[in-house]
Ligand binder design. Structure first.
Ligand code: AMP
Ligand code: ZN
Length: 471
């Protein structure tokens, strides 16, 4: 079978496009990493699962993938309008620690979180503070092209001088500029952004550097572009991030990169949609409603069950997080593993059925990373009597290289699940289905059998819990 085409939804064109790398067989990819002033929340972590799938899919198809992911360890301000505090310096002051220690601590915590989620490390992690000379050089290059101006606050990018400004976000520039020609902050245009901010005169910053314009620190957008140039070159294949990056951060990255080099910056821009809570409320660090991976672990959930939950929704769709959703995902995830555990490795009937599944699963993943469809097909596969179990196991092993759900690891069941006999689990599942079908007589009959075995079902909105009767 020849490898299928990979199609990716490109935010630049708002279309699914066939992926053609700049250099045959090679992929240069950049993933905007976290701002390390706090733990990542599970929404942040969701936005690193789809790049992980993508790079594993491309590697599976034979591409050599170089992925860079940064840590924003300076310069990300509390407001997108280049005002407010530096998030890391603020956290450091609040905790009475050094900014350097804070960023190092949370960068390590992030590495642990993504490891727990089976997100493979990038080819290299880059720290913005390690690339200050490159960032200064980039500002100089922009200065040489007359794209900058200095004011009391720092060196700014003059967005009116870059003709394509806002093209990816389809910004309504006229609407934005109306009545804002000379801004209170001394900006020429409302969309102008800081490349280099001067250190305040009335307070001592912990992180600051000398520059041709004065002592200060880089702007957040500048960091990513400079690290990309340093590590991957002026033009890359793929750049990923969350949808919130489209109107400001990535718009400004394009202006910096293309303004400085005159060459296209990124061929495919991919953006992941938010994890939300009830009423579509975004989970965010500044919203104060955030849940960390450790909170899920403390509540008895496996990080892989969270990964499973993420994979059951497309990366470009909102995913609503709730305890019930996670519980349902966790139940389904361990049930899938149980089913796989009971497959018979000697049953090698019907290899042709397996070949069909292989093609379908791969096609789903190649179609803009349709992981929900791929997971659905895996379920279908394990339950299909027309495919020999041995072939199922080969396919599961193969695709778990991409899905990374540890589908062949049968040693990590939650304790309670281990204590509940398989027959009781099957009865509970059958009762849940009878209940959904409003077959109350059957549901009651099964409930009695479950109770006779010493267990009780607690019904939630979308899922159930099995507990021992004496618990
Ligand atoms: P930050 O650490 O704030 O720079 O964010 C790290 C990544 O998480 C970025 O790619 C954001 O777009 C993404 N992100 C922030 N909030 C959410 C959310 N609720 N759901 C999914 N991704 C998010
Ligand atoms: Zn970035």
């Amino acid at each position: 079978m020849t490898a299928p085409e990979v199609k990716l939804f490109n935010t630049l064109t708002r279309e699914k496009e066939v992926f053609v790398p700049l250099t045959p067989g090679q992929v240069k990819m950049y993933t905007c990493g976290p701002t390390v002033y706090n733990y990542a929340h599970i929404g942040n972590l969701r936005s690193y699962i789809f790049p992980d799938l993508l790079k594993k899919l491309l590697a599976f198809l034979g591409y050599q993938v170089t992925q860079i992911m940064n840590f924003t360890d300076v310069g990300h301000l509390t407001s997108d309008a280049d005002a407010g505090d530096d998030k890391i310096e603020k956290a450091a002051a609040a905790l009475g620690k050094s900014a350097w220690d804070i960023s190092k601590f949370y960068a390590e915590a992030f590495k642990q979180d993504i490891s727990a989620l089976n997100i493979a490390f990038p080819s290299r992690f880059t720290y913005a503070t390690d690339y200050i000379p490159q960032q200064i050089d980039l500002v100089k290059a922009l200065e040489d092209k007359d794209l900058t101006y200095a004011n009391e606050d720092g060196v700014y990018y003059d967005t009116a001088q870059f003709s394509d400004y806002g093209k990816m976000a389809k910004l309504d520039l006229e609407g934005l500029q109306e009545g804002a020609r000379i801004d209170a902050d001394g900006k020429r245009n409302k969309t102008d952004f800081a490349l280099w901010k001067f250190s305040p005169s009335d307070a001592q910053r912990q992180m600051e550097w000398e520059s041709p314009w004065g002592k200060g620190f880089p702007g957040w957008h500048l960091e990513c572009t400079a690290m990309i140039f340093a590590e991957l070159g002026p033009t890359i294949d793929i750049h990923t991030g969350g949808t919130d990056h489209i109107p400001v951060h990535h718009t400004n990255e394009i202006a910096q990169a293309e303004g400085a080099t005159g060459q296209p910056f990124v061929k495919y821009w991919l953006h992941g949609e938010f994890l939300v809570l009830d009423q579509n409320q975004r989970m965010g660090k500044s919203e104060g409603n955030f849940v960390t991976l450790q909170t899920l672990i403390d509540a008895g959930f496996s990080p892989k069950a969270y990964r499973y939950l993420c994979l059951t929704s497309h990366y470009r769709h909102f995913l609503t997080f709730s305890q019930d959703n996670l519980k349902a995902a966790s139940t389904a995830y361990f049930k899938l593993k149980r089913t796989i555990e009971h497959l018979h490795a000697q049953d090698d009937r019907h290899p042709e059925g397996a070949a069909e599944y292989r093609e379908k699963i791969l096609n789903a993943l190649c179609d803009d990373l349709n992981a929900p469809k791929a997971v659905g097909l895996i379920w279908d596969l394990v339950q299909n009597d027309q495919v020999g179990d041995a072939h199922k196991l080969v396919l599961i092993r193969e695709f778990d290289q991409i899905l990374s759900l540890d589908l062949l690891n049968f040693t990590d069941y939650p304790e309670l699940l281990l204590q509940i006999p398989d027959e009781v689990q099957s009865l509970a599942q059958a009762r849940w289905e009878a209940r959904l079908a409003k077959n109350w007589a059957e549901s009651d009959r099964l409930r009695d059998l479950i109770q006779a075995a010493g267990f009780q079902m607690r019904d939630g909105k979308d899922s159930f819990e099995l507990v021992a009767l004496d618990a």
